[in-house]
Design a protein around this ligand. Structure first.
Ligand code: 5AD
Ligand code: SF4
Length: 441
């Protein structure tokens, strides 16, 4: 009898890409993918450990699965990803329902772990690797418009707040040939957009080729394929890379470039390796070289020792940059990191208030930026139905903004030109001007 497996994925896009790799590995070994938890023989959670609240969510979900296991004692439960790597055997010791713990570099071992678990044996694999990139594994994806392609793994930056270097290990890159081959196949299957992924994607280096070369090679596969990438570190944003984005129309004019804090003192404590002035200078160069580029960022509120002055520096940097979007977080202390030893001295209510101010400011700026687009024309790639109505499509601009348009006989995967008629801080609304008949992104 074929056993069926269900995987639920949490956290960053890297985890979603990893789940497709795991599905590829399991599919190859003859496992079936269950459509929902109730029919599965084994349930996995691909987990995130970046902040404590991410982990609390996983524990909440795990308790649901424990109920299922009471009804079906043969059910196998496994933890994959960053929590598996961070907590290792304590996950087994403290959660009697968990049978398998498998870290991000050990997915090739999963079929063996699963077989053992079905024999009633618990198993754990959490060795990190300096070489594993799953370059040869074909990720199992459902057909669609947009695909995630992981190109490098791990992180060597050691920002002092971040657990990623501990849960995902050292940086290593797939080969350019492997990535280009995978994207070619995706294009053949009808995908119209790929996002190249890595914890630190722009430090990609396969021994010979850097990230600029990789981006150009992927963009050259098909001029109608949109190429995106995430997430970048300012330190690796080389002039060649900026030129590559500027020089290829199908490399999207959108850069996610986390600054984390606007205060030089905090940036230093975070080990971000740049100052506010460096960052501003870099953004100035990017904006001069790539007209119309859209940018977004990550911001942390309440890092150890952060004062009101430091916080105001973050707000003023946001005002100065006027980015289109931001992911904004309350600082969460993580064991093993350097910042863990700095204490967690900003009270939770202060962190919460600072975060609210950051969110409110970003909402206002995003709204103003979006409002300024009303009346103009944007080319969008239709990605799927809009969330609020079956009569509308959601498409995305080259600059990564969502636009809602009437369906009007068009289909997913088409490029169309739309006039923007209204906007919120998160979404644009458009009317159709024209179908795009020429090959252009
Ligand atoms: N606390 C809060 N936010 C964090 N991030 C990473 N580690 C932490 C932490 N300990 C944020 C950073 C990073 C994003 C992926 O998550 O902003 O860019
Ligand atoms: Fe974490 Fe910094 Fe690496 Fe990003 S660059 S994964 S924030 S250590």
């Amino acid at each position: 009898m074929r056993r069926s497996i269900y995987i639920e994925t949490y956290g960053c896009q890297m985890n979603f890409a990893d789940t497709e790799i795991v599905n590829g590995i399991l599919n190859e070994q003859g496992y079936e993918l269950a459509k929902d938890v109730d029919t599965a023989d084994a349930i996995f959670m691909n987990t995130c450990a970046i902040r404590d609240n991410a982990e609390q969510r996983i524990y909440g979900r795990l308790s649901n699965f424990e109920h299922l296991k009471k009804r079906n004692p043969h059910l196998v439960i496994g933890i994959l990803g960053c929590m598996a790597e961070r907590l290792r055997s304590s996950l087994l010791e403290e959660n009697s329902s968990v049978d398998i713990v498998c870290g991000p570099d050990e997915y090739r071992r999963l079929p063996a772990l699963i077989d053992e678990a079905f024999q009633g044996e618990k198993g754990i694999r959490t060795q990190l690797s300096r070489v594993e990139t799953y370059n040869d594994i074909v990720p199992l994806r459902t057909d669609g418009i947009s695909a995630w392609v992981s190109v490098m793994r791990g992180c060597d930056k050691f920002c002092t707040y971040c657990v990623v270097p501990f849960t995902r290990g050292r940086e290593r890159s797939r080969t350019l040939e492997g990535i280009v081959g995978e994207v070619r196949e995706l294009v053949g299957r009808g995908f119209r957009e790929v996002t190249l992924l890595g914890q630190n994607v722009n430090s990609y280096l396969d021994g010979t080729n850097d990230f600029a070369t990789l981006l150009e090679a992927v963009a050259a596969i098909d001029p109608e394929l949109r190429v995106r990438f995430t997430t970048s570190h300012p330190q690796d944003m080389s002039p060649r890379l900026i030129d590559a984005i500027a020089g290829r129309p199908n490399i999207c004019s959108f850069i996610h470039l986390p600054f984390q804090s606007g205060s030089d003192r905090i940036l230093e404590l975070m080990n971000r390796t740049y100052t506010r002035a460096h960052y501003l200078e870099l953004v100035g160069r990017i904006r001069a070289r790539i007209p119309g580029v859209s940018m977004s960022t990550d911001v942390i509120a309440g890092f150890p020792t952060e004062t009101e002055d430091d916080h105001r520096d973050t707000l003023s940097l946001m005002e100065e940059l006027r980015y289109d979007g931001a992911f904004m977080f309350k600082y969460s202390p993580r064991e093993k990191t350097k910042a863990w030893k700095m204490g967690d001295d900003v009270p939770d209510d202060v962190k919460g208030r600072r975060l609210e101010e950051i969110i409110e400011l970003q909402r206002r700026i995003s709204y103003e930026n979006n409002k300024a687009l009303i009346g103009g024309t944007e080319r969008i790639l239709l990605e799927g139905p809009s969330k609020r109505s079956q009569e509308e499509w959601m498409g995305r601009t080259d600059t990564n903004k969502s636009v809602i348009v009437p369906k009007a006989g068009f289909s997913v995967g088409q490029y169309i030109d739309v006039r923007i008629v209204s906007a919120t801080s998160a979404t644009l609304f458009g009317e159709i001007v024209d179908e795009v008949s020429t090959r252009a992104a």
